[in-house]
Design a protein around this ligand. Structure first.
Ligand code: VGL
Ligand code: ZN
Length: 199
């Protein structure tokens, strides 16, 4: 029985060119991701899924602009343009992504007061999404991570997955980054130090 699962992170319209938080070339990874989906027996997707007026939106903080930092009760938080609002077109998976065979879709960031980059824990690093328990119950111990953004949701997911005892590979060729103030280099180094296999 295979213990391997592909975790496809946040390949949603708002993270692709033309989207509210469009990552340069975000859609360029989709053909490769589709190939990886076809090649894996078990596929899990994550979907950034915020209520309107979410606390990670700059628009919810008068006088603040997108990409500024604020202090939240759980620590520092980058502010973002409104994105991936529940039920919006921007929150849908990119139409070129072939995800029919996905066995599980993990939504995250739906609590108004906490952002969630990681597929495993919200940004307070203690509120679980339930994904670790799901994977353990199914014996899926070896994870391959792809998607957007390398330096936020992919990296936070990879670091939490290692912390939870999973073996983790990030396919950098199937990821794209936001790269805010050097975040790509910082988070790549953190993943390497944590024991994530970077391919
Ligand atoms: C993400 C910023 C805000 C991501 C999600 O998917 O990397 N980044 N929400
Ligand atoms: Zn978000």
């Amino acid at each position: 029985m295979t213990t391997k699962a592909l975790v496809v992170i946040d390949i949603q319209n708002d993270f692709c060119p033309g989207g509210a938080l469009g990552v340069a070339d975000g859609d360029a990874i989709i053909p490769l991701v589709n190939q990886l989906i076809a090649d894996h027996d078990h596929v899990i997707l994550t979907q950034d899924w915020h209520p309107a007026g979410h606390s990670s939106f700059a628009s919810s903080h008068p006088g603040k602009a997108a990409y500024e930092m604020i202090e939240m009760p759980y620590g520092p938080q980058t502010l973002w343009p409104d994105h991936c609002v529940q039920g919006s077109h921007g929150g849908e998976f990119h139409p070129a992504l072939v995800w029919d065979k996905a066995e599980m879709i993990v939504r995250k960031g739906y609590r108004p007061g906490i952002d969630s980059y990681s597929a495993f824990f919200e940004n307070d690093r203690t509120t679980p999404t339930g994904l670790a328990g799901y994977l353990r119950e199914r014996g899926l111990n070896d994870l391959v991570l792809v998607g957007i953004a390398t330096d936020f949701c992919v990296a936070y997911s990879a670091l939490d997955a290692v912390r939870e005892g999973f073996s983790v590979t990030v396919r950098l060729d199937a990821c794209r980054a936001i790269d805010l103030n050097g975040s790509l280099a910082t988070m790549t180094e953190k993943m390497r130090e944590a024991g994530v296999t970077l391919v």
